[in-house]
Design a protein around this ligand. Structure first.
Ligand code: IMP
Ligand code: MG
Length: 181
């Protein structure tokens, strides 16, 4: 079982400050006074999204439906299967809605690409996406998230909702898993 590196990649303070910044950007990019439907990709989104919706509220954004989707592309460990399956779809109709998709990390991009394609076909008024982290070195598809917290090196990271084999999601900072020797 790999261990966590002692020094965090991003501290709790850095993450919190970034969420405030992101909320500002997001708030000014949606039409004022109209509710925003926030849809998270479980399970990695759960901490980031919880912080983000509260910060959006502080910036005056009206949150409409909050919904979740489960897509899977990873088995255990740190390797991607590249094969994205929608395991649980959202319960709300997004037609005509202003939608913000929230995910933990843009890695190969396969998940976000699949979900954006699916959601576009449902005719939302607006569709934007936000990720806490992106790892450009791993990106395999032609996709960009509208709002990105941090661009990070090609390391497997945990914390703030991100896991390694279902562990470490609860860390309030972003840590790096040590590489196997
Ligand atoms: P994708 O490769 O962009 O489709 O990302 C799929 C999912 O893999 C992400 O939403 C994360 O849940 C997970 N993932 C990718 N990179 C990491 C990482 O460094 N740590 C933890 N989970 C990751
Ligand atoms: Mg995920």
């Amino acid at each position: 079982m790999p261990e966590l590196e002692a020094h965090p990649l991003l501290s709790e303070q850095q993450v919190n400050d970034k969420i405030v910044e992101l909320a500002c950007e997001i708030a000014s990019s949606f039409p004022e006074g109209e509710p925003v439907t926030v849809i998270g990709l479980l399970r990695g989104c759960f901490i980031f999204m919880a912080d983000l919706v509260r910060e959006l509220h502080r910036k005056g954004v009206i949150i409409g439906e909050v919904d979740f989707l489960i897509a899977s592309s990873y088995g255990g460990g740190t390797s991607s299967s590249g094969n994205v399956k929608i395991e649980r779809d959202v319960k709300h109709d997004i037609a005509g809605k202003h939608v913000l998709l929230v995910d933990d990390i843009l890695d190969t991009g396969a998940t976000l690409q699949k979900v954006i394609e699916l959601f576009k076909s449902r005719n939302p008024a607006t569709l934007k996406s936000c990720v806490l982290l992106e790892k450009p070195a791993r990106l395999e598809v032609d996709i960009k998230s509208d709002f990105v917290g941090f661009t990070i090196p090609n390391k497997f990271v945990v914390g703030c909702g991100l896991d390694y084999d279902q562990r470490y999601r609860e860390l309030p900072y972003i840590g790096i898993m040590k590489e196997d020797d």
